[in-house]
Design a protein around this ligand. Structure first.
Ligand SMILES: [Zn+2]
Length: 341
């Protein structure tokens, strides 16, 4: 009996790799699971957690599906994997773990704010609470698993507390850090973790998988190219409104180039619904794709500038700078310069 959604083939390969390392006793207590957003890191980590916590795993590396631990997973089995949900959220819609020895740490709520707000960072209180729990024996007498996702959201004070946990490894205790952009994690953390990279598969396999999920081949190919070959992201866009958003970004960029739109008005429109980061990602991609078959050096420079400015703006969105000002700055790079392509 499968309790979690079936793994996509590229996740299945990563699972088998991790599972055989576990069986051979080579799977470290701290593992950094990396891969682009929506590739399925979270689903992989939860499937591995079920395997680690299962009291009678099959020889093939799968959880048994019937022990008490596996049954506790069942409560979460009804949920979609957050990684495969449509875009449009800044944060994971975190559910609570239904297993006492599986700890999920993500964006928490700031209860002191009025009204309570979802935090953009993972804070030290969350790590302290976790450490207090981890000193107790596993409630089911087996392993304990912590999934920290997204690890990029952990703030500096909290990293120091995580570091303490890493420096005191305990048998049967696993800490998995999930990151799309591991370069943003402190080097002291990265150096203490084993790494499991989840890479997008080849184009044919991706399109086949998207078609199996009910998408027309032409739409699948279109979304896959837009998602830089990441089938999980392409699926999220096809199932949500990601491709519509992408087209609207392209239309706005073209209107700016033709000087038919004012950058400040577009910036306001791009920031009202909390999806500025997604739009900037599409904007950067638009510049990158135009660069692909370009020979004119002057236009190439303009496009590199647009690509860099959009990516810098995405970084700035994580700071306290006003989002509409950040987006406005990125849009100015598109204003009124005739594309000579
Ligand atoms: Zn089991």
């Amino acid at each position: 009996m499968s309790l979690l959604p079936k793994l996509a083939p590229w996740l299945q390969r990563a699972f088998e790799q991790a599972s055989s390392a576990l069986a051979a006793g080579h799977f470290g207590h701290a593992v950094l699971i990396t891969g682009p957003r929506f590739i399925g890191k979270r689903l992989l980590a939860e499937t591995l957690a079920q395997r680690v916590l299962c009291s009678a795993p099959h020889a093939a590396g799968l959880a048994c599906g019937t022990c008490r631990s596996c049954r506790l997973f069942q409560a979460r089995a009804q949920l979609d994997s957050p990684e495969l949900r449509p875009e449009g959220r800044l944060v994971h819609p975190w559910g609570r773990s239904s297993h006492p020895d599986l700890n999920l740490i993500g964006h928490g709520w700031n209860e002191k704010a009025r009204p309570p707000k979802m935090r953009t960072e993972i804070v030290i209180e969350q790590i302290r609470e976790l450490s207090e729990k981890l000193v107790l024996t596993a409630q089911l007498g087996g392993a304990q698993v912590v999934i920290l996702d997204p690890a990029e959201a952990v703030n500096w004070a909290a990293w120091n507390a995580v570091l303490k946990t890493l420096e005191e490894p305990q048998p049967g205790r696993y800490l998995w850090l999930l990151a799309a952009d591991p370069a943003r994690l402190p080097a002291t953390i990265r150096s203490r973790c084993q790494r499991l990279d989840v890479r997008p598969p080849g184009r044919d396999e991706s399109i086949h998988w998207l078609c199996q999920h009910g998408h027309a081949a032409v739409d699948a190919a279109d979304a896959l190219d837009a998602a830089r070959g990441n089938p999980g992201l392409a699926a999220a866009w096809l199932e949500g409104d990601g491709m519509v958003l992408r087209r609207s970004v392209r239309d706005d960029a073209q209107a700016l180039e033709r000087a038919c739109e004012a950058a400040d008005l577009v910036a306001q429109r791009w920031t009202v619904d909390g999806r500025a980061d997604e739009r900037l990602w599409h904007l950067a991609e638009l510049a990158r794709q135009r660069m692909a078959d370009l020979t004119d050096p002057a236009t190439a420079r303009t496009l590199v500038g647009r690509f860099d400015t959009a990516n810098r703006a995405r970084d700035l969105l994580r700071t306290t700078v006003r989002p509409d000002l950040v987006v406005h700055e990125a849009l100015l790079a598109w204003r009124g310069i005739t594309d000579r392509r």
